[in-house]
Design a protein around this ligand. Structure first.
Ligand code: ATP
Length: 333
């Protein structure tokens, strides 16, 4: 039995967490969930959106599955997601984007892994209001963090037999900050002669991605570009409802969907639980429960194949109907 922290989040978070827990249980995953609440509801009761008990639970269990938590726009508390990544030093955000069988998209040959630096850049949250008409935001890039993430990208490429790492920056404009990120990637690349190394500017990268995505393999990006480009790559394989991710550190890992809390569809039983489910499948593999992981994948693809799917990927099933169909297919596997 593995103890795993479960953060159910808010918005569509509770609906999709419930779905994933149900599916994992039916697949025989041997997990004891340590349920922790965080976010807006918690602020009112505990004075912070991220109480120490949540961090301590993840530190103790070393692994967590996290549903989305809303980040207030333009005001309010700092993103819980960003705080968690910082507090647990989850320096690598991995967002694999590969075509999913039966989900028809514009391109059939997408197989990209976004490796995003997860602890600094404009996400450091260092902002100041100069006067009513001026605000500054500081972009932090350090050598240590840039080398660490570049090594992660190249190690990943070696481990999973990927051919190329492409570093994505705007080093022609942000000469010092993105320039340092690029310089570190170049240095690390020299230690991995077996992996091809490529450099591209982020604007060109976006254009190329929507025209010819199969040219890309592993993308290495600083935090902000990584966030934006990975939504784009999610779009290439069917949208945010199907895009998985992992936040990896030296001691802990948090698995979560790429998407946010989708308040526009909250409480309507419309959300697609697939992104969290596929992140959960990666978590099962990470904790050594590959049998349950494989069962879920098989049942999920059988479900999609039979035409049962949620509205965001062209179906009409509710979240609960889609979940029940996957459970039914697990029982048949
Ligand atoms: P954040 O900044 O927290 O990542 P966001 O502003 O990018 O959030 P999301 O919450 O990810 O926004 O939602 C973007 C759009 O995608 C919304 O229209 C939402 O309904 C849709 N969406 C996101 N997740 C899902 C899902 N699991 N199922 C169906 N639709 C989704």
């Amino acid at each position: 039995m593995t103890r795993v922290t479960l953060i159910k989040g808010d918005g569509i978070g509770p609906e999709i967490s419930e779905s994933v827990v149900k599916i994992m249980k039916s697949a025989g995953a041997d997990i004891e969930w340590d349920i922790q609440t965080a976010g807006l509801d918690v602020v009112e009761k505990e004075g912070t959106p991220l109480p120490d008990r949540v961090i301590n639970s993840i530190k103790q269990n070393k692994v967590a599955l996290k549903a989305p938590i809303t980040t207030p726009i333009g005001k309010g508390f700092r993103s819980v997601n960003v705080q968690l990544r910082k507090a647990l030093e989850l320096y690598a955000n991995i967002r694999p984007c590969k075509n999913i069988p039966t989900i028809k998209t514009k391109f059939d040959n997408v197989d990209i892994v976004v490796v995003r630096e997860n602890t600094e850049d404009l996400y450091a949250g260092i902002e100041e209001k100069i006067d009513d008409n001026t605000a500054h935001s500081i972009k932090i890039i350090t050598r240590d963090a840039s080398i660490r993430i570049a090594k992660y990208a190249f190690d990943y490429a070696v481990k999973y037999d990927r051919k190329e790492v492409c570093v994505v920056t705007k080093a022609n404009i942000c000469k010092l900050s993105d320039g340092l990120f690029l310089e570190c990637a170049r240095e690390v690349a020299k230690e991995y002669p077996q992996v091809k190394f490529r450099e591209i500017l982020v604007d060109n990268c976006c254009m190329q991605l929507v025209q010819n995505p199969s040219q890309f393999d592993v993308l290495l990006l600083p935090n902000l570009y990584g966030d934006i480009v990975s939504d784009l790559t999610a779009g290439l394989i069917g949208g945010l409802g199907v895009a998985k991710s992992a936040n990896i550190g030296k001691d802990c890992a948090i698995f979560e969907a790429v998407h946010g809390s989708a308040p526009d569809i909250q409480g309507q039983d419309k959300a697609n639980p697939m992104a969290l489910l596929l992140s959960g499948v990666e978590m099962l593999k990470y904790i050594g429960q590959s049998d349950a992981a494989k069962k879920i994948e098989k049942a999920l693809f059988a479900t999609l194949n039979s035409g049962v799917r949620t509205a965001d990927i062209g179906g009409s099933a509710k979240c609960s109907e889609f979940t029940d169909e996957i459970v039914k297919n697990i029982e048949k596997v």
